[in-house]
Design a protein around this ligand. Structure first.
Ligand SMILES: C=CC1=C(C)c2cc3[nH]c(cc4nc(cc5[nH]c(cc1n2)c(C)c5CCC(=O)O)C(CCC(=O)O)=C4C)c(C)c3C=C
Ligand code: FE2
Length: 433
């Protein structure tokens, strides 16, 4: 993002604005600068409210800016970095506050995904007497394929906002799974935002500014940084490796496999509720990986646990990385070539009634533990058309040989609405906004 003259001109003509010129926004920002920030319903300062009004005025079009009926950041070619944040609505906020927040978020997210600042006055062109609209650390950086994806958690549908009647049947906190060691401070949340980009500073800038816009209405409950994608969503992408050193994402659902996406990822109109048609469900699991224990494990045992060859990612039944695993194949010792308890066998669609999920997780390393071990793992993210699909898979993994090296410490489930139709905000179908 840059404040160069050339880009200012581009900004003025940006198709995202739907007639919203840079000068138009500048007037708004000057108004905010002159009157000071607005005091919101929650009692806090809410600079973002101005965005909502401007968005309505200009008919901001998130769907046009990001393309298609689905939100970006699901089938989008997986970027290298993640900043994920979970939010809770503040006490005493109203349905109108929620609608306004989603409107402001839609506006700012749509701009940032185009490489623009959160408002036209941005980091340096507002009133010197007011805090800048944009925090500025992405000035001069390109959009870096930033995608911003919003989700609604089960708790959003309690009595606070009058949404009880629109709660999808399956949108409940995930059940306890064998071996869970969940930290409530790393789990759940009314709302979530997944920001993915090829530059970590761009992803962090997005979450930072969206959190700031939420001021007085929603607060961050927890957040997670991720580096190094652990999946792929296009055939052109190489298969990355996770922190166990294995190729991860080989059998993922790809963006061009529309049949598999319709079958496994997108909520159809008949599956309902209507406001979620074209959306999906997002599961997040912070999975700690016992790296030091794994690193002391023999290579052959590591391969047995995964069910694939560490060198090339091929199933242990033979062939190349993309060969279908043959679970009936027998190895030299007369035992199954792919162990019955291997991760790949237990997670395979053949063992789970054909269920597939779209995985989009990232590695994380959050320093070291008190014992001097790497506080590291996989921030597992998956999209599926119903929560019970993830639940079925996670239950099937109860006997996973990999489980010995993993600890699930965070968890969340959110309904991911479709992209905002033209001139509306994310979740418009839910809130009628
Ligand atoms: C409940 C779903 C899953 C969790 C949780 C999970 C955690 C997890 N996985 C790996 C590493 C690999 N997973 C691989 C394949 C794979 N994993 C799941 C599901 C979960 N994984 C599925 C559905 C699949 C695909 C199965 C198939 O169709 O063949 C692989 C193999 C390569 C690949 O296809 O991606 C690896 C490696 C880790 C390290 C982990 C938790 C930290
Ligand atoms: Fe897996």
């Amino acid at each position: 993002m840059s404040m160069s003259d050339a880009e200012n001109t581009a900004d003025e003509k940006a198709p995202d604005a739907g007639g919203l010129s840079r000068r138009g926004l500048m007037g708004l920002a000057l108004g905010a600068g002159a009157t000071g920030l607005v005091v919101g319903a929650g009692g806090g300062l809410v600079g973002g409210q101005a965005f909502a009004r401007e968005q309505q005025k200009a008919g901001m079009d998130a769907a046009a800016a990001t393309g298609g009926i689905h939100q970006p950041g699901i089938t989008t070619e997986v970027q290298e970095h993640l900043h994920f944040a979970s939010y809770d609505m503040m006490a005493r906020t109203t349905r109108d506050d929620l609608a306004e927040l989603l409107s402001d978020w839609t506006y700012a997210a749509t701009r940032m995904m185009q490489g623009l600042e959160v408002s036209a006055s941005g980091a340096v062109n507002g009133s010197p007497e007011a805090p800048p609209d944009d925090t500025g650390e992405a000035l001069g950086l390109p959009a870096s394929n930033l995608t911003i994806t919003f989700g609604f958690g089960p708790s959003l549908f309690d009595q606070r906002f009058g949404l009880e009647g629109q709660k999808p049947a399956g949108l409940e906190r995930l059940p306890a799974f064998l071996g869970d060691d969940l930290d409530p401070l790393r789990s759940d949340g009314d709302l979530c935002i997944q920001a993915c980009a090829d530059d970590p500073q761009v992803a962090v800038h997005a979450i930072r500014n969206l959190s700031r816009i939420a001021f007085g209405r929603a607060t961050i409950r927890w957040s997670q940084l991720g580096f190094g994608r652990t999946s792929k969503t296009t055939a052109d992408q190489s298969t990355p490796r996770n922190l166990f050193g294995y190729k991860d994402g080989t059998a993922n659902i790809l963006a061009d496999d529309t049949a598999a996406l319709d079958e496994n990822v997108w909520v159809s109109a008949s599956e309902g509720p209507a406001w979620l048609a074209g959306g999906s469900y997002l599961v997040a699991r912070r999975i700690a990986m016992l790296i030091e224990t794994w690193d002391r494990t023999r290579l052959a045992e590591q391969d047995r646990v995964v069910g694939r060859d560490k060198a090339n990612g091929a199933p242990l039944s033979g062939g190349d990385e993309f060969a279908a695993p043959d679970f009936s194949a027998v190895g030299a010792t007369g035992k199954p070539a792919i162990d019955a308890r291997s991760h790949v066998r237990l997670a395979h669609p053949d063992m789970n009634g054909g269920i597939r999920i779209l995985r989009r997780g990232y590695n994380f390393v959050d320093g070291t533990t008190d014992l001097g071990r790497l506080n590291a793992g996989l921030f597992f993210l998956s999209f599926q058309k119903s929560p019970d699909r993830f639940i079925t898979l996670q239950k099937a993994l109860a006997t996973d040989a990999m489980g010995e090296y993993l600890r699930h410490v965070g968890s969340g489930l959110w309904a991911v609405p479709p992209a905002a139709p033209s001139g509306t905000s994310i979740g418009a179908g839910l809130l009628g906004a």
